[in-house]
Design a protein around this ligand. Structure first.
Ligand SMILES: [Zn+2]
Length: 404
């Protein structure tokens, strides 16, 4: 398929005028101007003229689409009471294929084409087998008793061949976090699963207090669920110090110590910041300046609709500009594309429109003559995208769906 558009804006690159993109077998084969296209590309019978600007699809590096039906839960004022509230709501209103479909539609409308999804092992996987999104799915292993934790790990392992049916999905069993998983199973997964793992780390003040003081609401919550185990280290990240490695995605990182930063910086990990759920929980300020000082890449995520007001990455980018006015639009766009790709271990495949990369694109219609600056302003102002493609397939029918 040949796509002609008015402009193309890649992160950290100059605006390209009148690009022509040749797509074959889900990947970008050539990006050129008309006269420079190969004769093979020119002969492609399927050609589209898009009257607007193309961007690479955005990357939502952390979500739980299975909670897309649990919107507008009021915050009970404490992190552990919120977890209890979610557990009750989940058992009362279990997730379904329809819930995931809603999550897919809202994600695509908001510009996401690749997602880092934390998946509860009691959720139905069927919706993902036909997912329009590209996804890294982390089968969440948790449990404070070894028997349950190990059982859930086995369930996660059994899902590997199921998710393999969709070539757009990379599935890995992954610890939900350090505090929610019994230590032996946690260390076993770190040893056996060499792919990227994604863990909630240093998310809440309650978790911080649990590791630092071995007391507080998280300690009580954990003890009540049958674990008397007290953590040795002063943080979740330090608990993994001997096993720390580069391909661990640090989800949240709101309460990081200097030693945690040292470990993250020296191993080249990416931190995912979710500004909408961060505001919901009223966490302490995200340490963005420290990440910049240390050149630690920050990717962006929505988290779930049970704590975030939106699944739109356009909304997430806008809130970054509001919260951190000193950031340029280009820096925020880079977080939502290149850093997301790095965070999900998909660099060179998604997050930029390049030859050999996946044909995951979003677009906005425009008749204006755009420049470097206005091309990004247009994206940051957009309520939703006008056109979306994942793996070379146009998915616009999701954009017209009313919320399910
Ligand atoms: Zn999460």
């Amino acid at each position: 398929m040949l796509i002609r558009a008015r402009f193309l804006k890649n992160p950290q690159k100059d605006l390209i005028k009148d690009p022509i993109i040749w797509i074959k077998e889900g990947k970008i084969q050539e990006i050129a101007f008309k006269e420079k296209l190969s004769s093979q590309a020119k002969a492609d019978p399927k050609q589209i003229d898009f009257p607007g600007i193309l961007y690479p699809g955005l990357i939502n590096a952390h979500a739980h689409l299975e909670l897309s039906h649990l919107q507008a839960l009021t915050y009970p004022g404490s992190f552990c009471r919120w977890i209890e509230k979610i557990l009750v709501a989940k058992s009362k209103f279990p997730s379904s294929q329809k819930v995931f479909e809603k999550g897919f539609a809202l994600s695509l409308k908001g510009g996401t084409t690749t997602i880092g999804e934390h998946f509860s092992l009691d959720s139905p996987p069927e919706a993902w087998l036909h997912s329009p999104l590209r996804a890294r799915i982390f089968g969440e292993v948790l449990g404070l008793k070894q028997e349950l934790a190990n059982l859930l790990y086995q369930v996660a392992l059994s899902l590997k061949p199921v998710f393999k049916q969709n070539p757009k999905i990379f599935f890995t069993p992954s610890p939900h976090s350090v505090h929610a998983l019994e230590a032996e199973t946690l260390f076993k997964i770190l040893k056996e699963e060499n792919n990227l793992l994604s863990l909630h780390l240093a998310e809440s003040q309650a978790e911080d207090q649990y590791f630092k003081e071995k007391t507080g609401e998280m300690a009580d919550f954990i003890e009540l669920r049958g674990s008397a185990l007290k953590r040795q280290a002063s943080s979740a990240i330090q608990e993994l110090k001997q096993r720390w490695r580069g391909n661990l995605l640090v989800v949240h990182g709101n309460y990081l110590d200097q030693e945690d930063f040292d470990l993250i910086q020296s191993h080249g990990n990416v931190i995912v910041h979710c500004p909408l759920s961060h505001a919901y929980f009223a966490h302490q300020a995200f340490p963005l300046k420290e990440t910049q000082k240390r050149k630690i890449p920050v990717a962006l995520g929505t988290d779930s609709l049970s704590s975030a007001s939106s699944l739109s990455m356009l909304e997430v980018m806008r809130s970054m500009k509001t919260n951190f006015a000193f950031l340029s639009l280009e820096e925020i766009f880079t977080m939502a594309t290149l850093h997301g790709a790095k965070g999900l271990d998909l660099s060179g495949q998604v997050g930029e429109v390049i030859c050999g990369g996946y044909a995951d694109l979003i677009a906005l219609k425009t008749e204006e003559s755009l420049n470097q600056k206005t091309a990004l302003e247009k994206l940051f102002k957009a309520k939703q995208v006008d056109w979306v493609m994942v793996n070379g397939e146009i998915q616009n029918h999701y954009l017209n769906q009313d919320e399910l």
